[in-house]
Design a protein around this ligand. Structure first.
Ligand code: PLP
Ligand code: COI
Length: 361
């Protein structure tokens, strides 16, 4: 296969002073860099028209399939600035693989993994001035694919577009590593067996918005979803995987049961824990087990993890019947904090990268 090269159309860059003002307090997902990637796919020609173009609105026909049937997938990864100024991403080939797994489920075309990684490298290199250098700051990258064939028949579209946008980011949850409360959603589910729970598609997040609003009304930052059949077996949070920690240091996390996203942070933490001789039980885990274990002291910590959330300690689990788990002042737990420090140290270049996870752009 011939390699597709990305044609560059330079943007008028945002003046440096304005960019620096944004980087001083970027928030999450609010402002975007000067350029974006766009690559077109058509059924007859495959991938073509690969471009790095000025960031901005894209023309979209009102009959585009994505607007009607939600044929869309996305990824999330970050670029980090190391102390020596070098810019890196973290395991981007895993995001490339997962995008293609999502593409298969959503009947979208697969993108060559090499092209995914190269497109991101070129965007980050071009907009490197947008990679912040402050503590816990990074450039959040959002690759996504939409079906943009103009056709109202319900079938897989014969035209799609892959885009990458980039946004300077501080912590997803404000308040540093402050523990968060989460809300148990038992009525409203995000995924069911045979559905799209394991794919990173927009529809899963649309399904999580109403329960997230309910969670926020109860003072919670995120929703914990359980298996829609049992309402007790834990799946994951709206945008993060969940880990529990036992008093002996064993980690417990829901197995990849087809309903949850195979988090790259999740996988990385399982390996970092194994390096320390700590086992992770990947299996069905219930709210009942968590509640009882927290009450009798056998479960001592809980945390959420994902690219945006990094590792966020959980102090409380609330549900319709009130508080189910309350770690109170014991959160964040020691293992949560030390795994977080190790992972972010690797990403930010202050801890050796034993696994070769860091990718220089
Ligand atoms: N689960 C869901 C539903 C997510 O949206 C995310 C975030 O991408 C994760 C888990 C964590 O995945 P990762 O660690 O690859 O960011
Ligand atoms: C990510 O962590 O990259 C996600 O997509 C999750 C979302 C909460 C922003």
């Amino acid at each position: 296969m011939t390699e597709l090269t990305l044609r560059h159309t330079p943007a008028d860059r945002l003046p440096e002073a304005e960019r620096e003002a944004i980087l001083a307090d970027p928030g999450f997902g609010k402002r975007f860099t000067d350029h974006m990637v766009s690559i077109v796919w058509t059924h007859d020609r495959g991938w073509h028209d690969a471009e790095l173009v000025p960031y901005g609105p894209i023309p979209i026909d009102p009959a585009s399939s994505v607007l009607h049937y939600g044929q869309e997938i996305f990824e999330g990864l970050k670029a980090y600035r190391h102390p020596n100024g070098e810019v890196v991403t973290f395991r981007p080939e895993e995001n490339a693989r997962r995008l293609n797994a999502s593409a298969r489920r959503l009947a979208l075309p697969e993108l060559p993994e090499e092209l995914f990684v190269r497109a991101i490298d070129e965007l980050v290199r071009l907009d490197a001035a947008w990679v912040p250098g402050g503590a816990e700051q990074s450039l959040y990258l959002r690759p996504f694919m939409i079906a943009d064939e103009s056709f109202l028949g319900v079938r897989a579209a014969e035209r799609a577009r892959f885009l990458v946008i980039a946004s300077p980011a501080g912590p997803y949850f404000t308040g540093g590593v402050k523990p968060v409360s989460i809300w148990l959603s038992q009525e409203l589910a995000r995924a069911g067996h045979g559905g799209t729970g394991a794919a990173k598609c927009g529809g899963n997040y649309a399904a999580s918005l109403l329960p997230t609003r309910v969670a926020q009304e109860h003072g919670c930052a995120q929703v914990l979803f359980t298996d829609s059949n049992t309402a007790d077996t834990i799946d994951e949070l709206g945008g993060m995987n969940l880990f529990l920690v036992r008093s002996d240091g064993t980690l417990i996390t829901p197995e990849l049961n087809g309903n949850i996203l195979a988090g790259i942070t999740r996988d990385s933490l399982i390996r970092l824990a194994a390096d320390r001789g700590l086992a992770t039980e990947e299996r069905a885990v219930t709210v009942t087990e968590w509640r009882e274990g927290a009450a009798d002291g056998t479960i001592t910590e809980a945390f959420a993890c994902g690219t945006a959330a990094v590792i966020t300690p959980i102090s409380r689990l609330l549900g319709e019947d009130g508080t189910l788990v309350d770690f109170g002042d014991r959160a964040p737990g020691a293992l949560t904090v030390s795994l977080r420090d190790e992972l972010t140290g690797i990403q930010f270049g202050t801890v050796p990268d034993r696994h070769g996870w860091v990718h220089r752009v």
